[in-house]
Ligand binder design. Structure first.
Ligand SMILES: Cc1cc2nc3c(=O)[nH]c(=O)nc-3n(C[C@H](O)[C@H](O)[C@H](O)COP(=O)(O)OP(=O)(O)OC[C@H]3O[C@@H](n4cnc5c(N)ncnc54)[C@H](O)[C@@H]3O)c2cc1C
Length: 291
C-alpha cells in the first residue's frame, strides 16, 4: 500500500517523527506523511487507505510506541474567501488566519476563536470553542470528501461533532458572520489573546485543556483545589500556570503523559468524586500501557 501511495505523485515525506506535527511534541514515527494539494488527491489517497488525518496537531496525544503507517496533512488547503457575509475556509487554513481575514473584511462573530491554535478541519471536528463561543455558533456548512453538511446535520455538541464519529475528511467550512465595526472586532480579539497570554502556558508544549469541562465544574478548578499544579510524571507535568493544561516539559513520552492523566483523574476523583474526561484525542490506544 505504501508503494502504491508513493506512486500517486502526491507530495510526501517518509519515515519521519510525528513529534514535530503535534503541539505536545509527542509522537511515533510515521512511515508516510502525505500532503495532498487538491480534492482529487485526497480522494485518491482515501481510495487506497484510511490515513490518520492531522491538522495542526494541537489536540492530539499520539501513542509513540506504535509506528503509524500513513498520515495525511491538509496543510496546502489554505484558501480563505468571502461570499456575502459567509467566509469559506479550506480545512488546512489556520483558524487564527480565518479570524484575521474576518477582521480585515469587517465581519464579526469569530472573535472568540482568536488564539485557538488549530486548523479549520480540527476546529470543526472538535467544535472548538472559547470565551462563550463555539464553532457551532458560526458554522453554516461543512464539506467533506463524502457530503456537504448543513449546520444542523453536523450534530455539534460540547467538543464533539458528527465528524468525531464518521471519519470523513473535512475539506472546507463556511462561517456565517455579521457585518461589524472593525475596531470593535479588533478590540475583542486583542482582549481575548491578552487573557490567553496571561493565563495559559503558551511557551510550553501542550494540547490546551487536557480535560473537558463538567456540567457543574471546571477541570482546572478541581485540579487546582487538589493542589496538583506542578505535579509530574517525569517530564509530563500539570502546568504551574494553568492547572487545566498538562504540559510536556521537554522529553515526556506517551506513557508518561497517560500516567499523569490517570493519576490526576484518580486524585481528583478521590477528593471530589468528579470524573475528569479527556478532551485531548488519544490516538493509537494505550491497551498495554499504564495498567
Ligand atoms: C495552547 C492551546 C490552546 C488551546 N485553546 C483551545 C480553546 O480555547 N478551545 C478549544 O476548543 N481548543 C483549544 N485548544 C485545542 C485545539 O487547538 C483545538 O481543539 C483545535 O481546534 C484542534 O485543531 P487541530 O487542527 O490542531 O486538530 P488536530 O489536533 O490536528 O486534530 C484533532 C482531531 O481532528 C481530526 N482532524 C483534523 N483535521 C481534520 C480534517 N481535515 N478532517 C477530518 N478530521 C480532522 C484529527 O484526526 C483529530 O481527531 C488549544 C490547544 C493549545 C495547544
Amino acid at each position: 500500500m505504501i508503494e502504491k501511495l508513493k506512486k500517486l505523485n502526491i507530495l510526501y515525506v517518509e519515515n519521519i517523527s510525528l513529534k514535530d506535527f503535534t503541539t505536545l511534541h509527542i509522537g511515533p514515527m510515521a512511515k508516510l506523511i502525505l500532503f495532498p494539494s487538491n480534492e482529487s488527491e485526497v480522494h485518491q489517497i482515501l481510495s487506497l487507505c484510511h490515513p490518520l488525518i492531522l491538522g495542526k496537531g494541537s489536540n492530539v496525544l499520539i501513542n509513540d510506541e506504535k509506528e503509524i503507517e500513513v498520515v495525511m496533512v491538509l496543510r496546502d488547503f489554505k484558501k480563505i474567501e468571502r461570499v456575502g457575509t459567509v467566509i469559506y475556509a479550506q480545512a488546512g487554513a489556520l483558524l487564527m488566519d480565518v479570524c484575521l481575514f474576518a477582521l480585515k473584511e469587517g465581519l464579526g462573530g469569530l472573535e472568540f476563536a482568536y488564539g485557538i491554535p488549530g486548523s479549520v478541519g480540527g476546529a470543526v471536528l472538535m467544535n472548538a470553542g472559547a470565551y462563550g463561543g463555539e464553532m457551532k455558533d458560526v458554522i453554516c456548512e461543512v464539506k467533506t470528501d463524502q457530503h456537504i453538511y448543513k449546520q444542523k446535520e453536523c450534530h455539534f455538541d460540547y467538543r464533539h461533532s458528527i465528524f468525531s464519529e464518521n471519519h470523513e475528511c473535512i475539506l472546507l467550512a463556511g462561517f456565517q458572520l455579521k457585518e461589524k465595526n472593525r475596531e470593535l472586532i479588533e478590540m475583542k480579539m486583542q482582549e481575548l489573546i491578552d487573557k490567553r497570554r496571561q493565563k495559559q502556558p503558551l511557551d510550553q508544549y501542550s494540547a490546551g485543556s487536557t480535560f473537558k469541562r463538567g456540567n457543574d465544574f471546571y477541570a482546572s478548578q478541581l485540579i487546582n483545589e487538589c493542589h496538583l499544579k506542578g505535579y509530574h510524571v517525569n517530564d509530563a507535568q500539570v502546568s504551574t500556570k494553568h492547572a487545566g493544561f498538562l504540559i510536556n516539559k521537554k522529553e515526556a513520552s506517551f506513557r508518561d503523559f497517560m500516567e499523569l492523566i490517570k493519576q490526576v483523574q484518580k486524585i481528583v476523583y478521590e477528593k471530589t468524586q468528579k470524573n475528569l474526561e479527556c478532551e485531548v484525542k488519544i490516538i493509537g490506544g494505550e491497551d498495554d500501557l499504564c495498567q
